[in-house]
Ligand binder design. Sequence first.
Ligand code: ZN
Length: 411
Amino acid sequence: MKKIILIAFVVLSVVTLLYTLTSEETEVVIIQEENEEIFLPTVEYGIAMDSFMVYKDVIEPNQFLANILLKYHIPYTEIDMLVKMSKDVFDVKKIASGKKYTILCSKDSIGKAQCFIYEPNQTEYVVFDMRDSISIYKGQKEVETKIKHIKGTINSSLYKTLSDKKASPVLAIEMANVYAWTIDFYAIQKGDWFDVLYEEKYVGDQFVGIGKILAANFNHYGKDYYAYRFEQDGITNFFDEKGNSLKRAFLKSPLEFGKLTSGFTMKRFHPVQKINKPHLGTDYAAPTGTPILATGDGVVVESAHKVYNGNYVKIKHNSTYTTQYLHMSKRLAKTGQRVKQGDVIGYVGSTGLATGPHVCYRFWKNGAQTNHLKEETPPAEPVKNEHKERFILLKDSLNKKMNPPTDLVSL
Ligand SMILES: [Zn+2]
């Protein structure tokens, strides 16, 4: 008897349990129905995709708009019209292999293409809409910006350190730009370290590129070089912790007092050689012994004597600019020496090919000799007094993100 009661009890419990489960299921179904009422169609490229057959692919070599669209039942006449109409928006000749495209076709038995969407890069797209009348337009995917923080120590190269940290190597180029006037990125050494706060751009989960560098500290030869991105009077620049611009202007002349006697020209009559030849420098005359100044911070890459140049010094300022000073009576700066703007590197003389005491000043930009007087060397204006308070607030907030207490550092 007791057994029967027990079995009955167990059966009853199971039935109750089943009933409970079933009723819960019923409830779930109701929720689903409610959800269906607020169902949202999948929207991509600003188009509701659900009403089409969607084909996604990549342009193959020798594939053009015509041979793609013909497959999806678009006649030549219509393709021709598309090409003509797209001229002002997008040149179809630029459709390149390897790029992504999407075709939206009607869901009927024919499956004719309704839209062709081409992606020239990761953020833009071009829509060829053939639904009612033809319309062609460009669109932009939604790009999300995330702020990233990376610290690293250089063992072999900045690129290597960044790739070890899974950061884009483009960040190295951006950092070199920020520090173009203060650090020679070809001379960074093992043990240098950096701390950088910057933006990364994403479309969905896909990384599409580096945004702005917001702040950085680069420790080079044991010295901190801070950089804070700051805008004043509509111009954005990088400033150090004291509000000084990271950009340095060159001195206009290597002599404090000197007379410009011969300018930069592609053709001049050489006073010694008596022939026409380009003069790729600017001559400043001054008495022998007048101090010659480094026009900018940098490293002496040559301090030597040559037949034509006489005694000369060549200074590399950064990866962009190099300067040279010829015909010195005496050289002071030595090869490998670091010099500051205004440092005396030698004295005026007439060694080498010269008729009288002068300094021939030569200026290179990206490896090409240019007229320094026509170069727009960057301004070196510091943070202005009226913007100081705003700069300090920004600097403090960036420092909090960049130098959190060590136990909070996740990277
Ligand atoms: Zn000269």
